[in-house]
Design a protein around this ligand. Sequence first.
Ligand code: 5GP
Ligand code: ZN
Length: 134
Amino acid sequence: MTDCIFCKIIKGDIPSFKIYEDDKVFAFLDIAEDYYGHTLVVSKQHCTNILDCDSQTLNAVMHAVQKISRHYVEDCGFQGVNVINNSGECSGQSVMHFHVHILPRKSDDGVDLWPAREKLGVDLKALHEALRMK
Ligand code: 5GP
Ligand code: ZN
């Protein structure tokens, strides 16, 4: 896609700090510099997000996510990772090309990505009826 920023990064038209590449996947450091080692794992095939990508593309991206995560833990001194995907504008997706964020983690890094919240007080039985796949 000509006007897609991640397609341009994959082609090399926009520079990036590449972490990993194979025939289906390209991974590079996020420009935000908000979390130490924040990495984007991107499908080479342009699709919008997890809702429309084909299963081969999804498998390739998730396989690369595991490979890179293992590298961060086994070779780079991290102890774990958060793996995040935003799909849809409502979820916070800002670049409409399928990608997965890896945030490498250390136990003492002080990051809290999932702060505790008040219980919603929903009726779980009704919720289950509304959401279960029939
Ligand atoms: P989203 O919000 O769509 O889940 O994530 C998009 C991410 O792409 C953001 O974290 C943003 O910082 C990153 N990003 C946007 N433009 C560029 C760019 O030109 N280069 C790099 N390396 N990252 C980018
Ligand atoms: Zn694209």
